[in-house]
Design a protein around this ligand. Sequence first.
Ligand SMILES: Nc1ncnc2c1ncn2[C@@H]1O[C@H](COP(=O)(O)OP(=O)(O)OP(=O)(O)O)[C@@H](O)[C@H]1O
Ligand SMILES: [Mg+2]
Length: 133
Amino acid sequence: MAAQTCVDVRNEWDIVSARQLGRDLSKELGFSSVDQARITTAISELARNIYLYAGKGKVCIEPVKDVNRSGLQIIASDTGPGIQDIRKVMQDGFTTSGGLGAGLPGVKRLMDEFSINSSVDIGTEILITKWLR
Ligand SMILES: Nc1ncnc2c1ncn2[C@@H]1O[C@H](COP(=O)(O)OP(=O)(O)OP(=O)(O)O)[C@@H](O)[C@H]1O
Ligand SMILES: [Mg+2]
């Protein structure tokens, strides 16, 4: 399996490509179909946020290994406007676009690890991991 594969996100078709890549890699790693769905949903939400709020960015997906487990790690990054108040965007229902505001809190619930690094005017990087069980 490729060490790391990235998809540039610039339009709505790229969101579908990122999602498809996540589906392929999670299947290949042996995730259950339920976990495959969790992973692809999380990737879609992050890719959609990149498209909507940053205009462009990328989603990189790679297999990861810990001492006693393996999994899939996804890094969604952009050099867009950044997020001013991370605590706020992690609350259910917070949105600046009239969306449901369910994206980021939903992604956190679907995955095992979730971290955001964001600076205003510099950009946003969100790292998520799902472990095989
Ligand atoms: N990559 C990003 N760059 C800048 N701001 C972002 C980024 N991703 C999310 N945000 C901000 O965080 C808010 C919350 O994102 P979230 O995905 O949870 O909800 P939403 O996109 O508004 O609605 P939904 O995803 O439910 O359609 C967004 O409204 C936006 O202001
Ligand atoms: Mg969203």
